[in-house]
Write a protein that binds this ligand. Structure first.
Ligand code: AMP
Ligand code: GLY
Length: 427
């Protein structure tokens, strides 16, 4: 079958790499893709929120499956768009309905869903301009640190962990009164700070049945030892050593199953990936956030460890026949180290010539392109996160070492990366 994959980052390169290996995959198109995805299929230039351009591509290319990488088109209703058009209805869309995508699109929606379904998460309150003064009083008596979250999508920048009441009040004011994130911060969730190690758990579901994919841990801070500002993700490892036994049983019983049965009970149509952003608080899992798509850079370690055919999984999902017998996992560890443009996540230069990517690849190392473009036959940087260098290894330490050795071949001006990915698990 012909497949259209939407997106253009490292996540989509990893998905394209995996999808293109399936015997069920006919032609693979990636829109808009990047020079890396072009080695797995055919790139098509379009805007992800231009649903009529996507419709035309589906009709022209006889697309039978659409895999949605990022959250924006999902929150904007791409699933519903396909269901509402007789010409597109029969196409398998991997991604939830707009209503269900609110699990990521609205923090307040997600919190209320968790409360209704008895899913462990930080205690919270939500406020708007109408309840501003109440919010100020609430903040003043809240214990520190205080977590403030813009309700809507804010490109990963909508969460502030305030260390003082002054900072919390200033953040609250700029989110609500100054519309710091536009409509996304018209509502603000204020929640209890949880302390522990985070991990990302992924399910593929049809809204009733589900399978779990390999879990991962990502490293969000720009600096080593988890210092400095948050980024889209500087690296990831899989497996996560503590994600097994009793802890994983709690994750399944307290989080995954109530989430899937909550979707089903509440009639939320969901055919796609659920990303559970969890935190391990003294052996108990709590949900920090839901995302309605795969993580980036987690996908760059999850897909390499998934030994099963991904397209077969998507077909099983569509037919309502997902079962754990579909999941085979590579026993090796995987790590990915993201190379970024110096200055990221602040301002950074683009268009820097890039060399050595081919040399960095080997039997154990894959390179997934993110912010890379082609200019006159030369690869140049085009984003903050430039590439995700993924390696297999017998242990996490081994996998990370392979990635770091491979990165030694990559050259561009002002390249930066973290050398300590997986540090907690190397001993
Ligand atoms: P989010 O955008 O919801 O993923 O939040 C970004 C990051 O903020 C998370 O990955 C956590 O590191 C942190 N965070 C969010 N909520 C909390 C919380 N309640 N307690 C501690 N850290 C949090
Ligand atoms: N790595 C976190 C995310 O994709 O949101």
């Amino acid at each position: 079958m012909n497949i259209l994959l939407l997106g253009s980052g490292g996540r989509e390169h990893a998905l394209a790499w995996k999808i293109s290996q399936s015997p069920l995959c006919g032609q693979l198109f990636i829109a808009p893709g990047n020079p890396g995805t072009a080695s797995c299929g055919t790139n098509i230039s379009l805007s992800l929120n231009d649903f009529s351009a996507i419709t035309n591509v589906c009709l022209e290319k006889n697309i039978e499956m659409v895999v949605v990488g990022p959250e924006d088109p999902l929150v904007n209703g791409i699933y519903d768009h396909f269901q509402g058009d007789d010409r597109l209805k029969s196409i398998i869309v991997v991604g939830p309905s707009a209503k269900a995508a609110q699990l990521e699109g609205s923090k307040a929606f997600a919190k209320a869903f968790m409360l209704r379904n008895d899913i462990p998460t930080a205690a919270y309150r939500e406020f708007t301009a109408d309840s501003y003064d109440e919010g100020v009083d609430y903040l003043k008596q809240h214990s520190l640190p205080i977590v403030l979250k813009a309700d809507g999508l804010a490109a990963g920048k909508g969460v502030v962990i305030a260390q003082s009441h002054e900072e919390a009040l200033a953040t609250f004011q700029s989110m609500i009164k100054e519309a710091q994130f536009g409509k996304a911060s018209e509502k603000v969730v204020i929640e209890q700070f949880l302390s522990g190690v985070e991990l990302s758990v992924f399910a593929l579901t049809d809204g009733h049945n589900y399978v779990l994919l390999p879990e991962a841990k990502d490293y969000k801070r720009i600096g080593e030892a988890d210092s400095g500002p948050n980024t889209g993700g500087m690296g990831a490892v899989s497996p996560v050593p503590f994600a097994q036994g009793a802890f994983m049983e709690k994750v399944i019983e307290r989080v995954v199953e109530p989430t899937i049965s909550g979707l089903s009970k509440e009639g939320l149509i969901y055919h796609g990936f659920v990303f559970f952003g969890l935190i391990n608080v003294n052996g108990d899992p709590y949900v920090i956030e839901y995302n309605c798509r795969m993580g980036d850079p987690e996908t760059e370690v999850v897909m390499p460890r998934l030994a099963s055919d991904l397209v077969e999984l998507f077909v099983a999902m569509h037919q309502g026949g997902l079962s754990s017998s579909h999941i085979q996992i590579d026993a090796r560890s995987a790590s990915t180290v993201v190379v970024v443009s110096g200055g990221y996540p602040g301002s950074f230069a683009k268009g820097k010539p890039l060399t050595g990517l081919d040399h960095s690849r080997s039997e154990q190392t894959l390179v997934f392109y993110a912010g890379i473009a082609e200019q006159g036959g030369q690869l140049v940087t085009s984003g903050g996160r430039v590439a995700a260098v993924t390696s297999y290894g017998d242990s996490i330490a081994d996998a990370v070492e392979h990635s770091l050795n491979a990165i030694a071949h990559i050259k561009y001006e002002n390249m930066y990366f973290r050398r300590d990915i997986g540090y907690e698990f190397k001993v």
